[in-house]
Write a protein that binds this ligand. Structure first.
Ligand code: FAD
Length: 365
């Protein structure tokens, strides 16, 4: 069922949880659609994260529409469990996913969209961009000035301790990735974590939290902090600008493990990282847990705000009819880029993607 020819009703670019959840709803509506994904295998975005990663959302909230996550509802599945679940989901609902296709250009031609990859083209009346919010690793420019003897990589390339050389490790960034990776590397290496935490969730993460506390967080993330109300509108810019509060690994866990916590790294001097007060960090390894930036450079800039960012409300592009976005940070709610949030936003979009009026449907009417 991947052999769709002619102009598609809807093309979904990106077959992670967001694209698959939307695919499920479109399938229910008997729509003609295709999901294209750059990775060779469904679930790879999760599979390629670090080996010990467990989700912070309990399994009871990790399922996509129509298929509960097959695990103890209060447990926190590993990243490969999520990857396997997504692959099984696409197979179970026979979703038309074509893997190994990275769309390099997307533009409008009359009232249709054309997406191109490596000499191949797809045409569609509607396009949904569900390419995730962890596309382009963000590292400061001064990373290039580090001494070549220092092993350095971004958190998106971190898998396990085997990638490190002997000697101290600097983890740059104190968001959830920085805290969790910092704790892990401190088991074998003297570790410094640099950064200012964007707050901490004041509850121990675990089964009790999954039962009593995380349902409240989920409710707030889905229904309170939304762009439909003033509290959410006020919170949105700071959510996007700052690291999320620490959820599982807190500053006190790092301190207890012997991790040295220091302020932000200000630059590089003589090949080594330095803090704002001039302290030089004599480290052998640097892991940049400095987040991701948006990358819509493959889309026609006319479809984007200032040629760079989606111009949308709740995922519906404001001035390009037929164009939609899904899975972006705070696209509608604080939880929009999480498993439960993307599924809720997918259901909303599925009700708004217009059924194209084709010659056949017009003559049938
Ligand atoms: P992705 O999973 O990134 O999928 C996007 C897909 O689009 C990819 O498969 C990619 O190959 C494809 N793609 C991109 N560009 C193109 C292109 N040009 N052409 C074709 N295909 C393209 N959320 C939770 O709910 N719970 C958690 O515990 C949790 N933990 C997280 C931990 C980490 C370290 C990170 C980074 C995120 C975490 N998230 C978590 C947030 C979120 O759920 C994930 O980032 C999730 O993978 C996002 O799903 P998505 O479908 O929007 O994007």
């Amino acid at each position: 069922n991947n052999r769709v020819t002619g102009t598609l009703d809807t093309l979904i670019i990106g077959g992670g949880q967001a694209g698959l959840a939307l695919g499920h709803y479109l399938k229910e509506q008997n729509r003609t659609f295709l999901i294209l994904d750059a990775h060779p295998r469904t679930g790879d975005a999760w599979r390629q994260r670090w080996d010990s990663l467990r989700v912070f959302t309990p399994a009871k909230y990790d399922g996509l529409p129509g298929m509960p996550f097959p695990a103890d509802p209060l447990s926190f599945p590993g990243k490969d469990d999520v990857a396997g679940y997504l692959e099984g989901y696409a197979a179970r609902f026979d979703l038309p996913v074509l893997n190994g296709v990275r769309i390099e250009h997307l533009w409008r031609d009359g009232n249709r969209f054309v997406a191109a990859s490596n000499g191949r083209r797809w045409e569609a009346h509607n396009v949904v961009v569900a390419t995730g919010c962890s596309q382009a690793p963000n590292t400061p420019d001064f990373a290039a000035e580090l001494n070549a003897a220092v092993v350095q990589f971004h958190s998106s390339e971190y898998r396990n301790l085997g990638q490190l050389q002997e000697g101290p490790v600097l983890v740059v960034g104190l968001g959830n990735s920085g805290a969790e990776i910092g704790l892990e590397v401190s088991r074998t290496h003297p570790t410094v974590v640099a950064g200012n935490p964007g707050g901490e969730i004041p509850v121990k993460h675990g089964r009790a939290a999954a039962r009593y506390f995380l349902p409240v967080v989920r409710f707030v993330g889905l229904h309170v902090l939304t762009l439909s109300n003033p509290i959410g509108r006020k919170a949105a810019p700071s959510f996007k600008a700052h690291a999320a509060p620490l959820i599982r690994t807190k500053s006190k866990d790092l301190a207890a493990a012997g991790v040295r916590l220091v302020p932000r790294v200000a630059g590089v001097e003589n090949g080594l990282p330095v803090l704002a007060d001039g302290t030089r960090l004599e480290v052998s390894n640097v892991i940049w847990c400095t987040g991701f930036r948006d990358d819509f450079g493959w889309m026609d800039p006319e479809m984007l705000d200032g040629g760079a960012l989606p111009r949308q409300r709740r995922g519906v592009a404001l001035d390009t009819p037929g164009l939609f976005f899904l899975g972006q940070e705070f696209m509608y709610a604080a939880a929009s880029a999480t498993l439960p949030g993307a599924c809720r936003d997918a259901r909303y979009l599925a009700g708004r993607i217009p059924v194209p009026v084709t010659r056949e449907s017009a003559s049938a009417a």
